[in-house]
Design a protein around this ligand. Structure first.
Ligand code: F6P
Length: 323
């Protein structure tokens, strides 16, 4: 059985609400097993610079409800070169880090896998990203919070849209994936949902919105992911072709912040417990996931070699719901 005395924790890539909850839970479940817990600062940059703090049950008190990550994070270049990977591997050895919990999204899991291939430190991925784009898990920590934030804001936008008979194009986050757009769109009853994964034409968007008017709708709502095209252009085109004022509202980074929802906190706790249990069993280079069987683990390799797909059935469902 591999040694498990020191656990490192690192938050990498874009922050997500619930990362703090995951750090707290990992530390406390780790302490229950008498582990020495180190929290690296500013993502991979902290591992590269050996910049860390020792975490204990009390040092992680009072952070459960806070958005962001108190360890801080970065979009680091540290793992982009072979020398970088070597340096991080050596630092983890020097600090006797037996296992490293990597909290982040799809890109972070690819980095963790790359590092795990070279290093004797065991990697455990904890999916934490508002984008929900990590293959193998139905949900990531932070996704539910981001969708709730977007829904709350778009509900307010709808009030003014209805009052003034306007059409709104609302842009939500998601450069490569449309999970936030799809779930938010269904939740707010968007007339059209645009995502990077689903091809569309400007003509089809215009036609859909014109049909809404024909069905008697006096205002309208388009929800689009930031990676689904140019929201300014879509707004301009709709404004030209529809017999209504069309406005654009880009929701932006507020979706990445804020206090985590109860669901995001709960998921963070369950993922952390599973992570410590799996490491105790001797597992290495794995990802904690939520799937049909509940919370479990899959090989990191499986996750990083596959692309998570959006559920197009939800789009079909929305077409009927917005009739
Ligand atoms: O963290 C995920 C995410 O917010 C995406 O939805 C978005 O496309 C991207 O990060 C923005 O990245 P950056 O933090 O580099 O501006």
């Amino acid at each position: 059985m591999s040694r498990l005395k020191t656990l490192g924790i690192v938050t990498t890539g874009g922050d997500a609400p619930g990362m703090n909850a995951a750090i707290r839970a990992l530390t406390r479940f780790g302490k229950e097993r008498n582990l020495h817990v180190l929290g690296f600062h500013k993502g991979w940059d902290g591992v590269e610079a050996m910049d860390f703090e020792i975490l204990g049950a009390r040092t992680v008190g009072g952070i459960l409800q806070a958005g962001g990550t108190f360890l801080q994070t970065s979009r680091s270049k540290a793992l982009r070169t072979d020398e970088g990977v070597k340096k991080l591997t050596e630092n983890l050895d020097t600090l006797d880090v037996d296992a490293l919990a990597v909290l982040g999204g799809n890109g972070s899991m690819k980095s963790a896998f790359k590092l795990g291939e070279q290093s004797s430190t065991r990697m455990i991925g904890i999916p934490c990203t508002i984008d929900n784009d990590v293959y193998g898990t139905d949900e990531t920590v932070g996704f539910d919070t981001a969708v709730n934030t977007a829904v709350e804001q778009i509900d307010k936008i709808r009030d003014t849209a209805k009052s003034m008979g306007r059409v709104f194009v609302t842009e939500v986050m998601g450069r490569n994936h449309g999970f936030i757009a799809l779930h938010t769109g269904v939740a707010v009853g968007a007339d059209v949902i645009l995502m990077p994964e689903v091809e569309y034409t400007q003509e089809s968007v215009i036609e859909n919105m014109q049909n809404c008017t024909k069905r008697g709708k006096r205002s309208g709502l388009v929800v689009m992911a930031e990676g689904a095209g140019d929201s300014r252009e879509i707004t301009r085109i709709l404004d030209y072709y529809l017999n209504a004022d069309v406005r654009l509202s880009i929701l932006g980074y507020s979706q990445r912040g804020g206090s985590p929802s109860a669901r995001s906190r709960f998921l963070a706790n369950l993922f952390a417990k599973e992570a410590i249990d799996s490491l105790t069993k001797g597992d290495e280079d794995i990802l904690v996931v939520l799937d049909d069987h509940g919370v479990g683990t899959i090989p990191l390799k499986t996750s990083v070699s596959n692309e998570k797909k959006i559920d197009e059935e939800y789009l079909a469902l929305n077409r009927v719901l917005t009739l």
